[in-house]
Ligand binder design. Structure first.
Ligand code: 2BA
Length: 110
């Protein structure tokens, strides 16, 4: 058995969720926050048989879009000289999905 952890943009999470459950996967969806942009995203947890990994990954990949996000600079966080006034924005590529696949030693349900 494998454990899939998939971090998905919130804009894609509904389609990932309905497609996974529609295909028969048991899914847990956790509301999470990206450490860099501090935006909300969704983390999906799926326990699957090894022969179902590719199907689950295809579904996640199909519905997870890569997008460019503009991130505003703040003078305090970005200026090389404390107190100097400068501002602007940078483009950051976010997503599709960030996926981790782990071996499961044991799976129990009581
Ligand atoms: P965030 O941490 O908010 O990161 C959003 C995007 O910002 C990232 O997109 C990446 O393009 C950029 N980024 C992240 N950390 C950076 C840094 N230290 N310097 C410069 N740019 C940086 P993605 O790579 O597609 O990641 C999307 C979200 O997936 C992340 O949101 C985070 O929640 C999660 N994630 C990505 N890689 C991860 C990892 N190795 N471990 C755990 N979570 C991860």
């Amino acid at each position: 058995m494998k454990l899939i952890l998939a971090i998905v943009n919130n804009d894609d999470a509904h389609f990932v969720n309905t497609s996974l459950t529609g295909a028969g996967f048991s899914v847990t969806k956790i509301s999470s926050t990206g450490g860099f942009l501090l935006n909300g995203n969704s983390t999906f947890i799926l326990g699957v048989d090894e022969n179902q990994v590719d199907e689950a990954l295809n579904i996640i990949k199909t519905h997870s879009k890569r997008r460019v996000q503009n991130v505003p600079f703040t003078p305090a966080s970005m200026s090389p000289m404390p107190g100097a006034m400068s501002s602007g924005s940078a483009s950051v590529n976010v997503g599709g999905a960030t996926v981790f696949i782990l071996d499961v030693e044991k799976s129990l349900r009581f």
